[in-house]
Design a binder for this molecule. Structure first.
Ligand SMILES: [Zn+2]
Length: 68
């Protein structure tokens, strides 16, 4: 669990996940992810950068497409 940089509470929720970046004006998927988190204790918002598990994401995505 991630700690809030303001109050060190681990009581926080992910409010959005971004794994795309605009490169040369085009939207590209990147192999890292930004997560916007909101601390439930102090209400501050902070961003974390994580390496995404690309293979897992790809499999998951293909699995999702098959079900559509
Ligand atoms: Zn906090």
């Amino acid at each position: 669990m991630l700690k809030c940089p303001y109050c060190e509470s681990t009581n926080n929720v992910c409010v959005s996940t971004i794994n795309r970046a605009t490169i040369n004006g085009k939207q590209r998927q990147v192999n890292y992810v930004w997560r916007r988190r909101k601390c439930s204790s102090c209400g501050e918002k902070f961003t974390t950068h994580e390496k995404s598990e690309q293979e897992w994401n790809k499999e998951k995505y293909l699995d999702l497409l098959e079900k559509l």
